[in-house]
Design a binder for this molecule. Structure first.
Ligand code: TXA
Ligand code: MG
Length: 364
């Protein structure tokens, strides 16, 4: 199959891209499009065979349900059995935006979407192209992140191209996604609102409007997933966001982190390809630290990917997946990744990093 890549760099192209994409979706095809979080691989959510194509193209396990994207609150209400006051509060406060709400599903939701569960996950994205595409297609759009299952999510059109060129008819390429981490998945089907996946809307923001909000203990991170502690969002149980190389998390206070980086770099074997995923402040310190005969420690790294300043957690969050993908392109075997504090967007950042590391205790 030939994949058409429509770059959105002027208004005329935008109209053409949206028209073609909406038409393909109506015909039961799968199209990649940008959202403010990551790119999505979309199909008509009410068409089972169109949705089956998503699973096939992504190599996604059938028990991992899809998020349904809508362009308005009334549209969301049609997809659920019940719209509780918490859903209304969340929609008013955070939609359109990076929040997905899980509620008991209406009968119109095909089983393939919900992966055998009796709930459905719904989100109204804020990217204007995503909203316009849903409106033009005149149907809700089911869309997982547009990456091959297991790989880091795509935050640029180029990432989608790398994974799906030749496998889908159309990619709407609008450059970088602003948030760069996936939406927060919030389960409102139980007694207490429960975060199944931390993301673009933070626990602190949700707690401010909902009061009590819990975090699924299985995704809080830092431990091996066992049979007794399975995450409620099926997608969270898989090793995910994973580059080919092994991730070593570098945490602790500033001096501890720098000492760990220096020690790992200075003990690097000649045959090893090592990358640093670190903050600018740390890179400055590593440029000043000795790494042997007349070279700084940082010079030993085969790839240095800067996450931005430690003061800007949102920027680091938006750059993480790009960094992980670059490591693969550079055939990196060991990735030294700098941790950040687990608060605000830092919780989602650390969740993805720990999952990318495979939740292996000895690597944390
Ligand atoms: O930001 C995002 O959410 C992106 C963009 C494209 O919107 N989409 C995305 O979809 O990240 P995906 O499929 O990569 O991740 C969806 C997550 C998975 O962990 C899945 O298991 C969970 O949401 N999920 C979907 N439906 C669910 C349900 N009914 N109950 C619990 N978890 C659900
Ligand atoms: Mg995904």
């Amino acid at each position: 199959m030939e994949t058409k890549r429509l770059l959105i760099d002027d208004l005329a192209r935008k109209e053409q891209a949206l028209r073609e994409a909406a038409e393909l979706i109506r015909q039961g095809e799968v199209v990649a499009f940008p959202t403010e979080t990551v790119y999505g691989l979309g199909a008509n959510a009410l068409d089972s065979s169109a949705c089956a194509k998503i699973f096939e193209i992504k190599g996604r396990p059938a028990d991992n349900p899809l998020i349904v994207h809508v362009a308005s609150v009334p549209e969301a209400k049609k997809l659920v059995k019940d719209w509780p006051p918490e859903a209304e509060i969340c929609a008013r406060q955070f939609w359109p935006g990076p929040l997905t709400i899980v509620l008991p599903k209406a009968d119109c939701i095909p089983d393939i979407i919900s992966g055998g569960l009796d709930t459905v996950a719904i989100r109204m994205p804020s990217h204007p192209l995503a909203l316009e595409l849903i409106a033009k297609a005149e149907c809700p759009i089911a869309a997982p992140s547009a990456n091959i299952s297991g790989k880091p999510s795509p935050t640029e059109g180029e990432h989608v191209w790398q994974d799906f060129c030749g496998k889908i008819p159309l990619l709407i390429d609008a450059g970088k996604c602003k948030v760069g981490l996936e939406s927060t998945v919030l389960d409102l089907s139980g007694k207490t609102p429960l975060i199944l996946r931390p993301g673009g809307v933070t626990w602190e923001q949700l707690a401010a409007v909902l009061g009590k909000v819990e975090l699924d203990p299985a995704v809080e991170g830092g431990f091996l997933i066992s049979d007794s502690l399975q995450p409620k969002a099926p997608g969270m149980k898989y090793r995910h966001y994973a580059p080919q190389g092994e991730i070593v998390l570098i945490s602790g206070h500033k001096e501890q982190r720098i000492a760990q980086f220096i020690s790992r770099l200075n003990n690097k074997k000649a045959s090893e390809r090592m990358a640093l995923l670190c903050f600018e402040e740390t890179a400055v310190a590593l440029r000043e630290a000795a790494g042997g005969v007349s070279q700084p420690a940082i010079a030993k790294a085969d790839l240095v990917f800067l996450l931005g300043s430690r003061k800007n957690m949102a920027e680091a969050a938006s750059r993480l997946f790009k960094g992980l993908r670059l490591c693969d392109q550079h055939k990196i075997g060991i990735i030294l990744a700098e941790a950040m504090e687990e608060k605000g967007i830092g919780r989602a950042f650390m969740n993805r990093l720990k999952k990318a590391a495979g939740y292996k205790k000895d690597r944390l």
